[in-house]
Design a protein around this ligand. Structure first.
Ligand SMILES: Cc1ncc(COP(=O)(O)O)c(C=O)c1O
Ligand SMILES: N[C@@H](CCCC[NH3+])C(=O)O
Length: 426
């Protein structure tokens, strides 16, 4: 449900979106703090009957302010690189509540994690097991770890964001025997303290059965491990991936429905396989920040090819949102300054990069559109700012956090000076 004020303008966090565009310029990422906190509340509420650790997946959107909010809400944090870990460190995040992921962590990233006392390192492969063992030996210390497993499950999402299938770069395969071998290796180590297992089947998932299947496969694996090694997992991390609504066709399950399915299948599987109840960990990213985000653009040139298509170009594009070009994502948008008007024509929204594939939205019905209009694209909170680039040397937009009629800049707009800051003349 969008909010339209008396002027017929879109409102975001109690502020006229046209005023936001005027004050902060466009393109502009806006985060509605109430929606973000409401999503977190829904997760906490949905899982309140069980012992759970909710770790926000920072890859969706991470800044110092976002770390502060996640911390304030009492969530843990999933990071996937030295850069994300550095952000958490600089924000003063409790590093015991950090899970460090990644399929190719470098020696310096692993060292940084060990030296800063990261709570869990989620080890992805045998190479990493060896690297970590050496680092721990040198530091004469121990580390809690989870092992990332590949459960062999199809998650029914875009192939680029599907991760749990057999043919995947991530994790130790359960089916090919790597997973049990990795568990035995970790259990033999004096430096590694194996607390549990992890899997993540993909992203933008609507089919909740995929999660029941995942939980079932993991619990069945834990029974086999117990029989073979005597070890019981204290923690079972099932990853994130719940999908969100981007357009009128999307019908994602509510967070509460997702929670119920996970709780039910978890209880069922623990019972069926007679395993010791591990603490459940989930890692939602998109479903926490995605629908809290909006991007505002100013409309510029318009090219009408009669009988073919009307291209409406905006002042951003694939540099601030590569998802349409990458995954064929389908976004919804309105004209923020004409939010109360009827749609009268079908247009396509193009970005300003020098690429034919730089499109934000193919075929959308909008009111009569002219240069200077403000386009607001919905659900851009996840994997937009975090995947943005300086392609064509475009400065990254600012990010503002809006709530109760107040707007705070949480990331400054890049300047041209920022663009050349690492360049060196020869
Ligand atoms: C290991 C891991 N955990 C959590 C997530 C978060 O996924 P999402 O943003 O879809 O909830 C991802 C990304 O897909 C991931 O790779
Ligand atoms: N970047 C993807 C999600 C990848 C999730 C990370 N494992 C997207 O925008 O949908």
């Amino acid at each position: 449900m969008i909010k339209v004020n008396a002027k017929g303008h879109l409102e975001i966090g109690g502020i006229d979106a046209v005023d936001l565009a005027e004050e902060f310029g466009t393109p502009l990422y806006c985060i509605d703090e109430d929606i973000l906190r409401k999503n977190i509340e829904e997760y906490k509420d949905g899982f309140k009957q069980i012992d759970i650790d909710i770790a926000y997946a920072g890859k969706a959107f991470l800044t110092l302010a976002m770390c502060q909010i996640i911390m304030e809400e009492g969530l843990s944090l999933d990071v996937v690189s030295g850069g994300e870990l550095y952000t958490a460190i600089k924000a003063g995040f409790n590093l015991k509540k950090v899970y460090f992921h990644g399929n190719n962590k470098s020696v310096s990233e692993l060292t940084m994690a060990v030296e800063n006392g990261v709570g869990r390192i989620v080890v992805d492969n045998f190479h990493e097991l060896g690297l970590l063992e050496d680092i721990l030996e040198k530091h004469n210390t121990k580390q809690d770890i989870l092992l990332r497993l590949s459960p062999g499950i199809e998650a029914h999402t875009h192939s680029y964001i599907s991760t749990g299938q057999l043919d995947s770069k991530f994790g130790f395969g359960i089916n090919d025997g790597s997973a049990i071998k990795a568990i035995k290796t970790a259990l033999m180590s004096k430096r590694l303290n194996l607390t549990g297992i992890h899997a993540h089947i993909g992203s933008q998932i609507f089919a909740l059965e995929s999660y029941s299947e995942e939980v079932n496969v993991l619990c069945s694996f834990l029974r086999m491990v117990k029989a073979e090694t005597g070890w019981s997992a204290k923690e079972l991390d099932i990853g994130g991936g719940l999908g969100i609504k981007y357009n009128g066709q999307d019908e994602p399950p509510a967070i509460s429905e997702y929670a119920q399915v996970i709780i039910d299948s978890f209880k069922r599987s623990v019972d069926e396989f007679q395993i010791k109840i591990p603490r459940l960990i989930i890692e939602p990213g998109r479903s926490i920040i995605g629908n809290a985000g909006y991007t505002l653009y100013t409309v510029g040139s318009i090219k009408d090819i009669p009988g073919i298509r009307k291209y409406v170009s905006v002042d951003g594009g694939m540099a601030d949102n590569p998802r349409t070009a990458l995954y064929g994502a389908k976004y919804h948008a309105v004209l923020a300054n004409k939010a109360d008007r009827e749609a009268v024509e079908m247009v396509s929204i193009a970005g300003k990069c020098c690429e034919s594939g730089d499109m934000l939205i193919w075929d959308i019905n909008l009111p009569e559109i002219e240069p200077g209009d403000i386009l607001a694209v919905f659900s851009t909170g996840a994997y937009n700012y975090s995947m943005s680039s300086n392609y064509n040397r475009l400065p990254r937009p600012a990010v503002v956090l809006v709530r109760d009629g107040n707007a705070k800049i949480i990331v400054k707009r890049e300047t041209y000076e920022d663009i050349i800051r690492n360049d060196i003349m020869i």
